[in-house]
Design a binder for this molecule. Structure first.
Ligand code: SF4
Length: 242
């Protein structure tokens, strides 16, 4: 692909300059990143599982002027505390639209064999988590997603940029450079409704049947699919990534 000067583009130059991210640095304010994303991609969508990062991002996005959807996929295996956290957030941010896909799912609903999570967790995640969100995004068609991942969550996320290409659409990661300490401090300062399981050592919370508390010295995502050689659900990495 060749790049043309703004002058050569004529009336499209303004659009190009809006779509091109500024030269963010690791110290860039997440609010600045979100505001750029809102200007460049007004139809932006935010998937969320309401972990610490997600709760902080929802608050920052609302402050930055985001008024779009917060999309959650009910796999049927979520902790009650996670569903309650979603409901607390929906009450706190009425200016956002909280959408639950696959609402009412349960382990016995027939979407997957009840033992699939143990036999083939990639296949289980593909059916219960990735497919509902992929279908919804195909229907809604956003050009970019707002996402809460950060570099210090896991060694596999150590290179996450603010603006991530690859996959079907752009991912904007305003918290890429924030540490867990910064996230906790922000949540405390603003009295955010953090999932109470977080304070019991569940630093990353997915389906209850595939999540354990993190042990001292482990990274934040070590409790996800522990011992199964799996680190990602497939939303943000792998062939089916968003
Ligand atoms: S996290 Fe576990 S239970 Fe949840 S969708 Fe993935 S494999 Fe299935």
């Amino acid at each position: 692909m060749s790049l043309r000067s703004p002058e050569a583009l004529g009336p499209d130059a303004g659009l190009l300059s809006t779509l091109t991210p500024p030269a963010f640095t690791p110290d860039s304010d997440p609010l600045e990143v979100i505001r750029w994303a809102l200007a460049a991609h007004p139809e932006l969508l935010m998937p969320s599982a309401f972990n610490l990062n997600g709760v902080v991002l929802i608050d920052l996005a609302a402050r930055a002027g985001y008024r779009g959807e917060v999309v959650f996929v009910d796999t049927g295996y979520h902790f009650p505390e996670t569903l309650a956290t979603r409901d607390r957030l929906a009450a706190r941010y009425p200016q956002l639209k909280f959408v639950t896909l696959n609402a009412g799912a349960s382990p016995e609903d027939g979407q997957t064999d009840p033992a699939l999570y143990a036999a083939d967790p990639d296949a289980c995640c593909a059916v219960r988590k990735v497919a509902p969100l992929q279908d919804y995004l195909r229907h809604r068609g956003p050009s970019a997603l707002l996402n809460a991942r950060s570099r210090d969550q896991a060694s596999t996320r150590a290179d996450i940029p603010f603006v991530e290409t690859g996959g079907a659409r752009l991912k904007v990661n305003p918290l890429a450079h924030w540490t867990r300490e910064q996230l906790e401090a922000y949540a405390a300062e603003h009295a955010l409704p953090v999932n109470p399981l977080y304070f019991d050592g569940f630093l990353s919370i997915g389906c209850w049947i595939c999540t354990r508390a993190v042990r001292p010295g482990e990274d934040a995502r070590a409790g996800r699919w522990a011992g199964q050689g799996k680190t990602e659900c497939g939303l943000w990495a792998g062939n089916g990534k968003l």
